[in-house]
Design a protein around this ligand. Sequence first.
Ligand code: NAD
Ligand code: UGA
Length: 434
Amino acid sequence: MNVGVIGAGYVGLTTGVCLAEIGHKVICVDNDKDKLDKLNRLEVPIFEPGIEELLERNFKEGRLKFSDDIGEAVKFSEIIFICVNTPPKEGGFADLKYVEKVARDIASSLEEDYKVIVDKSTVPVKTAEKVKETIIKYSNKNVKFDVVSNPEFLKEGSAIHDTMYPDRIVIGVESERAKEKMLELYKPIINRSEVPVKIVSVRSAELIKHGANTFLSLKISFANLIAEVCDAVKADAKEVLEAIGLDSRIGSQFLNPGIGFGGSCFPKDILAFKKTLEILGIDCSLVESIEKINERSWRRFLQRIEKELWVLDGKVIGVLGLSFKPNTDDIRNSPPLKIIEVLLNNRAKIKAYDPKAMDKTKKIFPNIEYCSDPYAVAKDAEALLICTDWDEFKHIDLKKIKELMLIPIIFDGRNVFERKLVKSLGFKYFSVGR
Ligand code: NAD
Ligand code: UGA
């Protein structure tokens, strides 16, 4: 099938290369010229494992191209995906101006042949209805189209795998014709691993996405609450949460305590969901509690550091990990950056290393010392913070780290190390809830 993807960011680019990989012909459109130039040179503007190979193959084999022209993609495609960003606006509601702009641009290019317009961006319930109204309003001709909601559940760092082998595909659709088109599009993925497909109403599909992200962030905040209790009574959150997670009704994933969740998704999506509840007059204290615990998680970590180091002014603090989670260069709403900001405000000297996120962080904190590896960070440091659970950090030579540090203290914000091992090597060691 011929497919258009508008917005070539984490979601759009992944969607584009994966749809090309399963045999469709795809035009990816973006209005960021730098991004397009890079993509046309086969340079991937983000770090996402596996994406480069798929981009190169499908581009060279003619199934994937990039453009700045929505009109070209609309004319070419049977199905057009909207994958633009939906950031929070002041007050927390999702800012839908990029979605609206794309809907208007699609409208002005529509002709008489039938199109399926798919909203893949994460949006509040009833957005698809607005997209439909917008397209009708801004198109002159007698256009034939359906608007479908097909939320995306990929995780950064495993985006390609999550797209090729999803837990489920959700299609919110009101017409049989659009449903058949969507099933045809996803057929190779559905058949490959018998993926459950949920055909639901458009409003339900939109709510499934906000509901899923709210529930996942609830699990993380629950884990952080248990960690807080464990710190207070000197119990071990790892033991407690592992056993809780063994109940198959609960499940062990997303129960790792730490310095809280970040990224471009959970924080903004639960905020948008909270706004939806407020507008509907439904009590939103559950969502508020998730946010409060999340904020407390990184602040508690900082308090520990301040308590132990006493005066921060002039102290050399090493930071391992800048991205909001491992296997990505994404630093949007990254808890490590919030921690660094407070430490800098207290005039600590920061040395930092991250396998992929240093270039992006340099734009925010140009004046901290960026190091080539964890050992350079540890040299002469008076404390070492583990802020992202990259595999690389799990395998560092702690004996060497201890020799390099001025004072051997580790604050492990992601519970990366075995407590007994680190202590046996002579470190003072603080982790979360243990
Ligand atoms: P992103 O910022 O990485 O990408 C969005 C892209 O859209 C950018 O490249 C931007 O230049 C482009 N764009 C904006 N307006 C445009 C326009 N008028 N015409 C052409 N291009 C335009 O965002 P993302 O992380 O890919 O997220 C996109 C959506 O998907 C959001 O709603 C997000 O919540 C949702 N989502 C994200 C993830 C994730 O892991 N990043 C996962 C699931 C869902
Ligand atoms: C999340 C969801 O997992 C995806 O399903 C969803 O599609 C996406 O948001 C979205 O809607 O955009 P992502 O933000 O890429 O994906 O990252 P996650 O792996 O979910 O991690 C989010 C944050 O939670 C990270 O900061 C991570 O460190 C933290 N986390 C995760 C914990 O603190 N504890 C855990 O147990 C799990």
